[in-house]
Design a protein around this ligand. Structure first.
Ligand code: MLT
Length: 304
């Protein structure tokens, strides 16, 4: 039997890919040949000599020690694109929430106790916000998610600028021709009313939104982060919200410093929390593991 350990709840759309006559799959498995993981932190884990592969049911791999795994010959897979539509849809919602004070308005309306219909008409002007139609959106990172966000925003009437120094040929084919090509990230910072980040967290990208980059942005810029929390220096971002340079920050990565701050809409990492994304990621991750364990084929490895 080949042992597959599940470190998080993994959709049965994925686990049912393993033939039960040859695989033993579960959370209590000891000495696994492969691991399936979502967000469990793996950096401090010890790996047995029988471990051959780890599959992340998702795109980001910052919870996995990929270099250490490479040194031990452990292949780390991810599932690029499998949850892209889920993240795109939440990013589109975030564009609207960054503009119209939907969140504040709903909270206020919920706090009213009587004469609600009359009161809302009197008080609603405190919750106005601009339309996104015709505004400039900068998309940093044109992978599976960034492309979908760029195309969707174009469909909503935004003027979209895309920046990605590593744009793949496949990605370029999928990008609407109406998306402007920004030659430098500085152009995105300088020209856009809304900026959304869709890059992986690496030593190069960590803290890329900071006091220095924010200073080069338009006054009243709205920033969206559905990639990883540490791409943004929260201290600098909060200072820019305080002095009005940044009008809104919508992030899928809530933390203590972002709680109950005016201008911050912090979501509990729900980008890929859809049944469709969970099924797609689990299925893709399982197929990658099976193809590797049974045939030695490596597809979508991030380290080997
Ligand atoms: C990803 O990395 O794929 C997304 O952030 C969603 C997730 O972590 O599950």
């Amino acid at each position: 039997m080949t042992n597959i350990k599940l470190l998080n709840k993994i959709s049965t759309a994925g686990t049912c890919e393993f033939d039960s006559s040859t695989y033993c799959v579960g959370e209590d498995i000891q000495a696994p040949e492969a691991i399936m993981v979502r967000s469990a932190a793996m950096h401090d884990m010890e790996f047995g000599s029988e471990l051959q592969a780890i599959a992340r049911a998702g795109a980001g791999v910052n919870n996995i020690p990929v270099e250490k795994c490479a040194d031990s010959g452990i292949v780390v897979f991810n599932t690029p694109g499998a949850n892209a539509n889920g993240v795109k849809e939440l990013t589109v919602a975030a564009l609207l929430m960054a503009s119209r004070d939907i969140v504040g308005g709903i909270a206020w309306a919920g706090s009213l106790t009587e004469n609600v219909a009359k009161s809302v008409e009197k008080g609603k002007s405190a919750f106005t916000g601009p339309e996104i139609y015709g505004k400039r959106l900068g998309v940093i990172g044109l992978g599976a998610i960034g492309i979908m966000v760029a195309n969707a925003a174009k469909g909503l009437g935004m003027e979209v600028y895309g920046y990605d120094p590593y744009l793949s040929v496949d990605a370029a084919w999928n990008l609407s021709r109406a998306i402007h090509h920004a030659k430098s990230i500085k152009d995105i910072f300088a020209e856009c009313d809304y900026i959304t980040i869709h890059v992986p967290l690496t030593n190069e990208t960590r803290g890329m939104i900071n006091a220095e980059s924010i200073a080069t942005m338009r006054d009243g810029v709205r920033i969206l982060n559905f990639a990883r929390g540490d791409l943004v220096n929260d201290t600098d971002l909060l200072a820019a919200l305080e002095n009005g340079k940044v009008a809104a920050y919508v992030t899928d990565f809530i933390n203590d410093s972002l709680l109950n701050v005016d201008g911050v809409i912090a979501i509990p990492h729900l980008g890929a929390s859809t049944p469709e994304s969970e099924d797609n990621c689990a299925q893709m991750a399982a197929k990658e593991l099976i193809d590797y364990l049974e045939n030695g084929n490596i597809t979508n490895s991030v380290n080997l």
